[in-house]
Design a protein around this ligand. Structure first.
Ligand code: PLP
Length: 370
């Protein structure tokens, strides 16, 4: 079955004739007097029908052997990094979600798991950093906030050649646009808070594994103990969002392309970061590994920080807010929100392009740019 069919139909899952799935809010399930199992479930922290159904849907959409859902993207990221052994080293692409780097620095270091931040587009820099301790290469592609495109197939080969795994944060693209496991990655992480949920009203995270049942078991055990589970209601809402993901991503991408082309021509804009622009530095790679450019872009103003803040304060339709992937268009000065740990240029604004009419979005930005 094709992607958009699989987003709607999960093989083998039926709900007693109901077309929409029920929500199982129960935190506990009946068992026998000596804890004999009467159902597949026992207690919500170790498993829940809505979470399990969402996991089956995600594994099918990414082409993975197993999926695990979490209460947030950061819970998923932290669990995956913490599954490494003390002494292991993670190489993280320079342009990555700033809290991913903070987790590595603040939560992994005390566990003896080290990390290095490197520009993974630079093959020579990667060769210099790889060592027998490298256990994981961590990339976001497209990356947050500069929309760098990393070559998944080639990084997977390099990681495997030293016995390491390639983990891809696929939040910006979603499996409707890019499927890293099919290109050789070992794990995909998603913040489902973004395009997957799609309506700026839920938080969730996921790990989807290509083929590592031992790691899947360890992660499930860790999740049951540490408790970073997804609530049944949020699992239900995300499963509902996934059914329309393919159509939404087409419209997000079409709108973003129109805006990116306008920005790319605008005299006040020094640089527009959008993977499918003809002028983008890795446009051929992007077209090879992505179906469309996605709904995220960023642009850098000629006039520096002040010009960026001016534009952000003059928009009327775009809303200044963090996060991304909802139906409404958002704009954000990343350096201001990221604070001390920021590696974002001061003149950069990040845009999450929503599903509004593109003419209205272009008019709003053009008016703000002056
Ligand atoms: N990865 C990316 C690319 C993100 O943009 C974010 C959040 O903005 C996360 C991970 C973290 O996800 P969450 O906020 O669901 O924990």
């Amino acid at each position: 079955m094709k992607f958009s069919t699989r987003a709607i139909h999960v093989p083998g899952i039926r709900h007693d004739g109901a077309i929409a799935p029920p929500i199982h809010l129960s935190t506990t399930f009946e068992h026998g007097p000596a804890n004999e199992s009467l159902t597949e479930y026992e207690y919500v922290r170790s498993g829940n029908p809505n979470a399990n159904e969402l996991e089956a849907r995600l594994a099918s959409l990414e082409g993975g052997s197993a999926a695990l859902v979490y209460g947030s993207g950061m819970a998923a990221t932290t669990a995956l990094m913490a599954s490494l052994r003390p002494g292991a080293e993670i190489l993280i692409h320079r342009d990555s979600y700033y809290d991913t780097r903070t987790v590595a620095a603040e939560l992994m270091a005390p566990l003896g798991i080290r990390h290095k931040v490197v520009d993974l587009r630079d093959e020579a820099a990667l060769e210099d950093m790889l060592s027998e301790d490298t256990a994981m290469i961590w990339v976001e592609t497209p990356s947050n906030p500069r929309l760098d495109i990393l070559d998944i197939a080639s990084l997977a080969d390099r990681a495997h050649s030293v016995g390491a795994a390639l983990a891809v944060d696929g939040t910006f693209a979603t499996p409707a646009i890019q499927r890293p496991l099919e290109l050789g990655a070992d794990v995909v992480m998603h913040s489902m808070t973004k395009f997957m949920g799609g309506h700026s009203d839920i938080q969730g995270g996921a790990l989807i594994l290509r083929d590592d049942p031992e790691l899947a078991d360890r992660l499930r055990h860790h999740r049951t103990l540490s408790g970073g589970v997804l609530s049944p209601f949020n699992a239900w809402l995300i499963a509902r969002g996934l059914q329309t993901l393919d159509c939404r991503m087409e419209r997000h991408s079409a709108n973003a392309m129109i805006i990116a082309e306008m920005l790319d021509r605008h005299p006040a804009v020094e640089r527009t970061n959008y993977p499918f622009l003809d002028s983008a530095p890795a446009v051929e790679l992007a077209r090879r590994q992505m179906r469309s450019g996605g709904g995220m872009l960023s642009f850098e103003l000629q006039g520096g920080r002040d010009a960026a803040l001016d534009v952000a304060s003059r928009v009327r339709l775009f809303v200044n807010a963090t996060s991304l992937g909802g139906v409404e268009s958002l704009i954000e000065h990343r350096a201001s929100i990221e604070g001390a740990n920021s590696m974002s240029p001061d003149n950069l604004l990040r845009v999450s392009v929503g599903l509004e009419d593109p003419e209205d979005l272009v008019a709003d930005l053009e008016a703000a740019l002056g």
